[in-house]
Design a protein around this ligand. Structure first.
Ligand SMILES: *Cc1c(COP(=O)(O)O)cnc(C)c1O
Length: 388
């Protein structure tokens, strides 16, 4: 293990050298079934042939031009992405490299929209407790968890955190004199796969629309088919003003996107924002393969079916160490009566190994690649049962 990295991650004792489909191989040749997809990133699994082909061909043709020029790959990707999000009302896109960068862009759009229309003082952005919006100083400030607000202050001002689901608190907090945006995850990912109540989201959308506050859906983990519709918002019948995407968007190549609809699509003007790498030709070529694959209705139906299969199997066990089981599509949380970390370590140590994630101390989180097969699902769940 290389010991020159900063100690930012609680890393498990394994070094991977190769991936194929839903499987990874380590330096000793041992195989691991992947229920993490690199935290919802490798959504088409490892070594997906059309993705490998598109990347190889694009790398040989053109990897990058700065954003003062358009590449044919970026143009095709951006058009397809806006079309995929048009059902949720999206009209324009800005491409960056990560989720945090996308959320930074969303905050800038919300603030400028309000500043231009109403002048200063209306800069607040309301977010939810338990949320996760990124690791930059501003997106940490947006993240409604105290544990992230140590050591790095002073943070960007103007964020306010509400308990999810509390309509009265929301009604009070969405003050049109001081608030320009409300940012939320349709399903909170990092804090335990916690779906927002649908009626609550609809109320939030109505309140925001009535007060000209921009509704920002952070779909960085829930988007790109993860919950069984291309955007989770679509599944809940919500039309946000801004949507942010990253993680699965290019199947493992870094790309992030902030999309905006009618209201906010023209807010950014020349010189307002930029990103050197954002949406370069290589990332766009990868993103195009993901979009071509994941937007197909039959493919999305399979994500929903596989998710239901996992939920159904877990529930059928009536396992004494398993509490609540919940999820949308292939985004699944399993509450345990014991700590999740030792279970993950045991799963890794098994033969074959199983890779899964935690979300909070006692919740297991499964984000398998969409291409996982039924037999692999059964095998992975059986490996999990042995560890429990
Ligand atoms: C992962 C994640 C982010 C941050 O994305 P990065 O690419 O790590 O910057 C933001 N919001 C949500 C909901 C996420 O899951």
């Amino acid at each position: 293990m290389a010991d020159v990295f900063m100690h930012t991650y609680h890393r498990l004792p394994v070094i991977f050298v190769k991936g194929e489909g839903a499987w990874l191989t380590d330096t000793a040749g041992k195989r691991y079934l992947d229920f993490t997809a690199g935290i919802a990133v490798n959504c088409l699994g490892h070594g997906y042939p059309p993705l490998v082909k598109a990347l190889s061909e694009q790398a040989a043709k053109l990897i990058h031009t700065c954003n003062y020029y358009q590449s044919d790959a970026a143009a095709a990707f951006a058009e397809k992405l806006v079309a995929a999000c048009s059902g949720a009302g999206m009209r324009r896109v800005f491409l960056g490299n990560s989720g945090a960068e996308a959320n930074e862009g969303a905050c800038k759009i919300a603030r400028k929209y309000s500043f231009k229309k109403y002048g200063s003082g209306r800069h607040r952005i309301v977010t939810l407790k338990g949320s996760f919006h990124g690791r930059t100083i501003t997106t940490l400030a947006a993240t409604g968890q105290d544990q992230f607000h140590r050591n790095f202050g002073p943070f960007t001002e103007g964020f306010l955190y509400l308990p999810p689901g509390d309509v009265e608190a929301l009604d009070r907090a969405l003050d049109p004199a001081s608030v320009c945006g409300f940012m939320f995850e349709p399903v909170q990912g990092e804090s335990g796969i916690l779906p927002q109540d649908e009626a609550y989201m609809k109320t939030a959308a109505r309140l925001c629309a009535g007060r000209d506050i921009l509704l920002i859906a952070d779909e960085i983990q829930t988007g790109v088919g993860r919950t069984g519709t291309f955007l989770a918002c679509e599944g809940c019948g919500i039309q946000p003003d801004i949507v942010t995407l990253a993680k699965g968007l290019a199947g493992g190549i870094p790309v992030g996107a902030v999309l905006a609809g009618e209201k906010a699509g023209e807010v950014f003007e020349t010189g307002d924002h930029g990103s050197t790498f954002g949406g370069n030709a290589l990332a766009a070529a990868a993103g195009l393969v993901v979009l071509e694959t994941v937007t197909a209705p039959a493919f999305l139906a399979e994500i929903r079916r596989k998710g239901e299969k996992i939920l159904g199997t877990l529930r059928s066990w009536n396992h004494p160490k398993i509490g609540d089981i919940r999820g949308r599509g292939l985004m699944i949380g399993v509450d345990l009566s014991v700590d999740a970390w030792p279970v993950l370590e045991a799963a890794l140590a098994g033969t074959p190994g199983l890779l899964a994630l935690s979300a909070g101390q006692k919740t297991l989180r499964f984000l398998p690649p969409y291409i996982i097969g039924d037999a692999e699902i059964d095998q992975g769940l059986e490996l999990l049962r042995n560890c429990l």
